[in-house]
Design a protein around this ligand. Structure first.
Ligand code: 3H9
Length: 658
């Protein structure tokens, strides 16, 4: 055993130096790893008895990328490009044995090697754009030399990952090994001795038609709204076909360093660490999880069928319940429809669909839930309907089964209290479409037991959701902040702005849709009904904007009605002078004088309103951390990730701390 640094060691096997990077948890390329790797390559080159070199990772990950924790400080020597130059220019063959995820700088290490062999479970990606940066160690120049410019744009500008089989087909990998990867890599290194080594940087970029390059670029950038990194990634990959390797490499490095220090990168790094922090819930460290294999879903409407599909995707056995026979059939066909869509898009194959359907039972009898480990209700959002259902479920399911409500506004505590075991009740608030949206608010009710909460989080993880724990309050985290956002947007209307200005200002900020377009899309009637319910208890002194009520009374219920805050022709939104007139009339009725409102004021007030509501949620103990609130708004409400979420953005807007 040879020690090159605290995190890099080597062993010689059959005349080949096997370098192992061992830097838990993900073998990130810290300064110590880079130092060790450089020393190991130098040792391999200088040692006469060594004929070749293999680089691999300890554990189940090859290399998780650059060490993101080092991004706040200037790069320390040796920088990664220098380490990779040593690998690529080595006179002895260097083989990358990719034993698991090879991400970002990790894939760049592999691209600099002369051969790449991977285990079947390896995943490869250059996900830098998701952190607001571009690859900084040759990824944008070496990858197109192996797989062509269009495919490289697709991977680098979206950050998508590919499994070993696809990577082999694309030409990133030379071989996928089912057996002993290290032994195969050592044999490969030996077989290359004395041959001409293939150095990626010296390869010619395969010719590609301009049309194909343009098409790949516009596809990759279609969803990159307002983000700099994907655009820069496309520019750099294109450069690989236009400029010599060394020159383009220098331009890549310059761009990487500039983006690394950008506001967008800081925001996306915040999101990255926020996701890891959200998974840690204090008090649940040593809790034993309950077993969940069968999930019952009551109500197979839009939401329930999405939840059922998501559970089937995650490998659970699902029992779907509807009330009447025809509703059962409809519910089942809704799930089948979602699976068909997945089949058509290639996300699952025919066998995958058959397997899922085989795990699905549908029934009109609640009694069929007797074997369920967890039951999620997704019925009409009415307190008495849900309470009555829970009382019945309480008498049907096993005593250790968990009951979850998907309510978005109701108080789950009285629902739980109506059962004999309130400690087994929690809220699982899915977002529509439930099989697509990542966010899941996991509601800790007054009496939810720690193992029930922990099991809810584990199920969420298996469902591939991003679970955020929150306490009980009307609308939980997301809808409460969204209500504050809605309220402020309506104040802005009374003060002098129009829906189209507010929407444009928020869309420029990075939201996919402004608030009024979203209200129309969702339909105005649910919020209207809620306002009517709240009318009796509303503080008469509180500012209340009644424009939406007037719209609803006029039958302008949103996109489905063809009219709402806008009018719609062939689904296209248009400004409606009638709405402008109504807004002016309502201002006049209150004696308000409209003033000019700048787009900056629109953005600043909406952000401040969200952040203030977020601060209230924190002080009430509903949310555990500000970063949890950011994740809810990014993943459930279209807040642009590259701004870091409302709490982060509001903090940034205050400027540097004194
Ligand atoms: C890059 O490479 C740029 C280059 O081009 C530049 C060259 C000059 N650094 O996610 P998990 C921590 S950019 C530091 O729960 P999993 C994470 O914070 C980088 N720390 O595990 C957590 O810590 P804690 C491109 C990292 O098994 C712990 O590891 N690379 C890094 O579910 C476990 O993480 C990426 O973008 C890192 N790079 O998933 C990859 N990665 O326990 C980002 C993780 O204290 N990483 N941590 O909370 C991932 O996608 C996943 O973490 C991975 C493992 C798939 C690797």
């Amino acid at each position: 055993m040879i020690t090159f640094s605290d995190t890099v060691r080597g062993a010689v096997s059959n005349g080949v130096l096997l370098i192992e990077i061992d830097h838990a948890p993900v073998n990130a390329l810290s300064t110590d790893v880079r130092k060790g790797l450089l020393a190991a390559i130098a040792y391999g080159e200088a040692t006469v008895d060594i004929a070749g070199i293999v680089v691999t990772g300890a554990g189940s990950i090859f290399i998780g990328g650059a060490d993101i924790r080092e991004f706040g400080a200037p790069p320390a020597e040796p920088v990664l490009p220098a380490v990779l130059a040593a690998i690529e220019n080595a006179t002895k063959p260097v083989v990358a044995a990719i034993n698991g995820a090879a991400l970002g700088g990790g894939l760049e290490v592999a691209l600099a090697a002369h051969r790449r062999i991977a285990s079947q479970t390896a995943t490869l990606a250059l996900p830098e754009v998701k952190l607001g940066i571009v690859p900084g160690a040759g990824g944008t120049q070496r990858l197109p030399r192996l797989i062509g410019i269009p495919a490289a744009i697709d991977m680098i500008a979206t950050g998508r990952s590919v499994l070993a089989a696809e990577a082999l087909k694309l030409g990133i990998l030379d071989r996928v090994e089912d057996g002993d990867l290290r032994a195969a890599a050592v044999a490969e290194a030996r077989s290359l001795v004395g041959t001409t080594l293939r150095r990626s940087g010296a390869c010619k970029v395969p010719l590609a038609p301009t049309d194909a390059i343009d098409a790949a670029a516009s596809k990759a950038l279609a969803r990159a709204r307002g983000q700099s990194a994907p655009r820069e990634a496309v520019r750099l990959v294109r450069l690989s076909g236009e400029r010599p390797f060394a020159e383009a490499l220098a331009e890549e490095r310059r761009t990487f360093l500039a983006l690394r220090d950008s506001e967008q990168a800081a925001a996306l790094r915040h999101v990255f660490f926020a996701e890891r922090a959200a998974a840690k819930v204090s008090g649940l460290e040593d809790v034993k999880l309950r077993k969940v294999e069968t999930i019952g879903v009551v109500g197979l409407g839009l939401m329930g069928s999405g939840i059922a599909t998501c559970a089937l995707d995650a490998g659970y056995t699902v029992v779907g319940i509807e009330q009447a026979e025809d509703a059962v059939a409809k519910g089942r066909s809704r799930v089948e429809g979602l699976l068909d869509r997945a089949l058509k898009s290639g996300r699952i194959d025919a066998a995958g669909k058959a397997d899922r359907l085989q795990r699905l039972t549908t029934s009109g009898a609640l009694q069929s839930l007797a074997t369920a480990d967890l039951v999620i209700e997704a019925v009409f959002d009415d307190l008495s309907v849900k309470t009555e259902l829970f009382v019945r479920l309480d008498g049907i399911v096993r005593s250790d089964a968990i009951l979850a409500t998907n309510t978005s506004y109701l108080d789950p505590d009285p629902i739980a209290a109506a059962t004999t075991r309130p400690e087994r009740v929690l809220g699982l608030h899915f977002f529509s479409p439930a099989n697509v949206m990542r966010l899941l608010e996991v509601v800790r009710c007054a009496r939810t037991a720690p193992d029930v909460l922990a099991t809810g989080l584990a199920v969420a993880k298996r469902l591939r959701k991003l679970p955020i724990v929150c306490g009980v309050t009307e609308g939980f985290i997301g809808n409460r902040i969204f209500s504050a956002y809605r309220r402020e947007a309506e104040f802005l209307l009374e003060d002098g702005a129009l829906p189209q200005q507010i929407d444009a200002a928020t869309e420029t900020y990075g939201f996919a849709m402004g608030p009024f377009a979203v209200f129309d899309l969702a339909g105005l009637e649910i919020a209207w009904a809620r306002r009517k319910r709240q009318a009796a208890t509303r503080d008469p002194k509180a500012r209340y904007v009644d424009i939406a009520d007037h719209l609803c009374e006029a039958g302008r219920l949103g996109l489905k009605a063809g009219r709402g805050w806008y009018r719609y022709r062939d689904g296209k939104r248009e400004v409606d002078p009638e709405v402008t007139a109504l807004i002016e009339q309502r201002r006049a009725a209150k004696g308000l004088i409209a003033r000019t409102i700048s787009d900056d004021e629109v953005r600043q007030r909406l952000l401040a309103a969200m952040a203030a509501e977020g601060a209230a949620l924190l002080s009430e103990g509903i949310a555990a951390r500000a970063s949890d609130i950011d994740l809810v708004m990014i993943n459930g409400y279209g807040f642009p990730a590259h701004k870091g979420g409302p709490m982060f953005a509001a903090e940034q807007a205050k400027g540097p701390k004194a």
